[in-house]
Design a protein around this ligand. Structure first.
Ligand SMILES: [Zn+2]
Length: 183
């Protein structure tokens, strides 16, 4: 999509496309080729439409059924990056939607990122706090776009982002298990 960037923010050059590409918060979303259906590809990132739907409704990232809930909260399985062994999971911000137990068990074995290491969390609260996407610099600033910016709602940067994923902040977190799972 062709973008126009002014001091007011970023927009699609085509005004119809612009209107179709915004969510209720007025945030502009990236449009990707391909259908947001089919089996999970365990790609680095979910298709934005699918990510957004799962994250909005707290449905499973894998199969779209309701995510697993227990008395400790909702099930989240997140990759542990090598450099983040000491990550504090309370207050973690993520673009990964929650999961049902079946999909979590499959993903731990099949997702390349989770096979390197994961944490299984139960989460009582997961507030939507913003989006991840490409943050475009103000015209004339001479800066480069940031392709992986986290932009919070009500941030002055929000009009300048083209979103690719909703971000939730996980609180009241219980660490249930860690991996990798050895098959
Ligand atoms: Zn599932």
């Amino acid at each position: 999509m062709d973008l126009t960037i002014t001091q007011d923010g970023v927009s699609c050059t085509d005004p119809v496309w612009d209107a179709l590409s915004r969510d209720l918060e007025g945030v502009l979303w990236e449009t990707w080729a391909g259908l947001p259906t089919g089996k999970p590809a365990y790609a680095e990132e979910l298709h934005p439409d699918r990510q957004r739907a799962a994250m909005e409704s707290l449905s499973c990232a894998g199969c779209k059924c309701p995510a697993s809930r227990s008395e400790l909260g909702m099930l989240w399985v997140l990759p542990v990056l090598d450099h983040a062994k000491d990550t504090v999971w309370e207050g973690a911000r993520t673009v990964t939607p929650p999961m049902c137990e079946d999909c979590a068990d499959k993903a731990k074995l099949r997702c390349p990122r989770l096979r390197k290491g994961y944490v299984e969390l139960r989460v009582r609260e997961a507030e939507l706090i913003g989006v991840r996407g490409t943050l475009h610099p103000r015209p004339g600033s001479g800066e480069e776009p940031d392709p992986a910016a986290l932009v919070l709602y009500y941030s002055a940067d929000l009009p300048f982002v083209v979103a690719r994923g909703l971000v939730r902040e996980l609180t009241n977190v219980t660490l249930v298990a860690t991996g990798p799972t050895v098959p």
